[in-house]
Design a protein around this ligand. Structure first.
Ligand code: ATR
Length: 292
């Protein structure tokens, strides 16, 4: 049985910088993990307005915080206040984890590793796969980076605003010249043209997220490719309309809870240097979502 949660004068502190922060599951996931390992650590939500980002970042060291997670809308804005970035943060242009060591600020993007670990956990190994990524926003950048690093055979980014997909592919092609990165508009015709030449489909758009749970980024007039696995980064609801359709067609599906847990687990490891209790973090996230 873990000890009751208590913050003391000796507690190591980490927090979540975002605006808003009240719906985040990160505090419950991390505090459950600290309790499980008996660590005198605490994770607190820190609501930071867009005009206060610099003061907030500087204040972390002043307040002896060990680090922080960073969420919408500050993932890009924090970068200018950091001393060093890991390759995922540098290449995606987004930081979701900060670690302060000897007064220096290190920025990480743990979404890429988190995404990859969630696939591996589901026994999906993207090496040599042909992948279709729906969406070209910040989440898509981390996903395409992870897929290129994992040596997917080819990645096509489909986006409503095709130029944004072109920009993303252009950007990452410089870092991964040997990867086969393509873009296309997110239209029925482009997905029909894809046909069955795809092993993995990943939704990184917000289409299908609560409360708009009946919407689906995969147009209803496009058949589900015969053997492709479908992954949705959305975790609320756990089974999106997209995943329900893929499952009904007999295709394997992977929900977004794994990425949520594993991006947090990697941040936990960076801060504490300890092996994260991922099962405890997953259960805490499920409890937070009200999933039985
Ligand atoms: P995130 O950081 O979560 O990826 P984002 O950068 O705002 O968020 O990106 C949201 C993604 O969802 C984009 O690819 C967006 O498409 P556009 O670039 O065309 O805006 C996509 N998206 C959001 N609403 C959509 C909708 N109704 N139909 C199709 N794509 C949508």
């Amino acid at each position: 049985m873990s000890k009751p949660f208590q913050i003391t004068g000796k507690s190591s502190l980490v927090g979540l910088i975002g605006w808003p922060v009240e719906h985040s599951l990160s505090p419950v996931m991390h505090n459950a993990a600290f309790a499980e390992l008996g660590l005198d650590w605490a994770y607190v939500p820190l609501a930071v307005t867009p005009t206060s980002v610099e003061q907030a970042i500087r204040g972390l060291a002043a307040l002896s915080f060990v680090g922080a997670n960073v969420t919408v809308p500050h993932k890009q804005a924090v970068i200018r206040y950091l001393d060093e970035l890991n390759d995922a943060a540098q290449i995606t242009g987004a930081v979701n984890t900060i670690h302060i060591r000897e007064g220096k600020y290190f920025g990480y993007n743990t979404d890429a590793v988190g995404f990859l670990n969630s696939l591996i956990e589901a026994d999906c190994h993207p090496k040599d796969m042909r992948v279709a990524v729906l969406g070209a926003g910040g989440a898509s950048r981390a996903v395409v980076f992870a897929l290129a690093k994992a040596e997917a055979a080819a990645v096509t980014v489909f986006n409503r605003t095709a130029e944004r997909a072109a920009f993303l592919v252009d950007d990452l092609a410089d870092t991964f010249p040997d990867s086969h990165l393509h873009f296309a508009p997110l239209t029925s015709q482009a997905l029909i043209d894809l046909g069955d030449d795809v092993d993995l489909v990943i939704n990184t758009t917000s289409v299908g997220m609560s409360p708009d749970i009946d919407s689906n980024p995969w147009p209803s007039d496009v058949p589900i490719p015969s053997h492709a696995a479908f992954c949705d980064l959305i975790y609320n609801p756990l089974e999106t309309t997209l995943l329900a359709r893929a499952r009904a067609a007999g295709n394997p599906t992977i929900d977004g809870l794994g990425m949520l847990v594993h991006q947090g687990a990697f941040a936990f490891e960076i801060w504490t240097g300890q092996k994260p209790p991922t099962d405890v973090m997953r259960q805490a996230a499920m409890d937070g979502l009200g999933i039985k």
